[in-house]
Design a protein around this ligand. Sequence first.
Ligand SMILES: NC(=O)c1ccc[n+]([C@@H]2O[C@H](COP(=O)([O-])OP(=O)(O)OC[C@H]3O[C@@H](n4cnc5c(N)ncnc54)[C@H](O)[C@@H]3O)[C@@H](O)[C@H]2O)c1
Length: 440
Amino acid sequence: MKITVIGSGYVGLVSGACLAEVGNDVLCLDVDANKIRILNEGGIPIYEPGLEAMVKRNKEAGRLRFTTHIPDAVAHGDIQFIAVGTPPDEDGSADLQYVLAAARNIGEHMTGYKVVVDKSTVPVGTADKVRTAIGEALTARNATINFSVVSNPEFLKEGAAIDDFMKPDRIVVGVSDDQAADMMRQLYAPFQRNHERLIVMDVRSAELTKYAANAMLATRISFMNELANLAEKLGADIELVRQGIGSDPRIGYHFLYPGCGYGGSCFPKDVQALVRTAHAAGQDLKVLQAVEDANEVQKHVLAQKIIKHFGEDLSGKKIALWGLAFKPNTDDMREAPSRVLIEELFKCGATVRAYDPVAIHETQRIYGDEPRLEYAQNPMDTLEGADMLAIVTEWKEFRAPDFAAIKAKLKTPVIFDGRNLYDPTHVRAAGLSYFTIGRH
Ligand SMILES: NC(=O)c1ccc[n+]([C@@H]2O[C@H](COP(=O)([O-])OP(=O)(O)OC[C@H]3O[C@@H](n4cnc5c(N)ncnc54)[C@H](O)[C@@H]3O)[C@@H](O)[C@H]2O)c1
């Protein structure tokens, strides 16, 4: 099938590559000329495991191309995926300007039937706005051309995006006509040969499903974070509590890990956007508002533990920081808890020596020449001249360190672990003080 993907970021590029991988003819569009130049020169603008090889393979096979030329992109695909960003507006609601710009572009250039697929995470009612934007652009040209608008929210996880797209748990498709439904079925047939994974529904329900999924996951995290803080006060161990409740199949083990707050490009903005959507509809989502509030508190927990231990004046202190990305296997720094910690440490007069396997370049882009932030080459090198160690991202390479070597390198033998990576008994046996989120 001929497919255009509008927006070549984390979602657009992965979707485009995976759709090409199963034999489709895919053209990816982006307004960011630099991104398209990198892709056309054989590079890759983001870190995502397996993506570079997949892009290369499909580019060489002629099934995957990249452009900044809007008319070509609109002409190419019978299916036009909109996968542009939907960042938070000033009030937290989703900013639809990029989605609607993409829709207008389609309306201005289309010459035949198109299925326009909203893959970006968009509030309920956006498909109607997309339909109106395309309709207005057609009217302005005096053109009458049939098109369908479909909602097909994306559930991939950064860091495991290729696997998630190639072997999805489910594919949610919101449609309002049979022609579009048939095309979506045909498009996704290669991804569900083992059993049917397509869940076809109306457009509004599909739009809400995506927010509901992220809101539920964020809720589990904030719930566990609050319980972890309580466990500390009560002298209970949240890890044992986690196992105790996760074993109930109605609860399950997933997404019950307490930590120093959720971040990333999705949970924070999607939780906020759903709260705003509800507000606009005259309803308060009290649980979800609390989820967001609890997360804001949680992002400061690690800094507070450091301050409690060393006092508010951290001038002259250097903190070794393991992890910068908002989670492992990505270089995404959007809303990363590491940024909150770094800012707080700066405020207290400290400097930071940080290491992350892939997110250093992205951190450098954000912090520029910040003199209080230096970068290390590997985990042990991070400890050079450091007073203490803080951990904010659970990269695999941090899981089994040499605690004796850590103790020998740090000026004060103390670890503040925002991801509960280690057995506290083990760390303390090595002579280190160990602060966790809700363990004892
Ligand atoms: N990142 C994730 O893990 C994830 C997962 C599921 C859903 N989503 C949703 O998918 C959407 C995209 O997220 P992302 O992380 O890929 O964003 P991103 O910022 O990485 O990529 C968006 C891209 O769209 C481009 N763009 C903007 N306007 C454009 C236009 N008019 N025409 C062509 N290109 C345009 C930008 O230049 C950018 O490269 C968001 O709505 C997000 O909430 C993201």
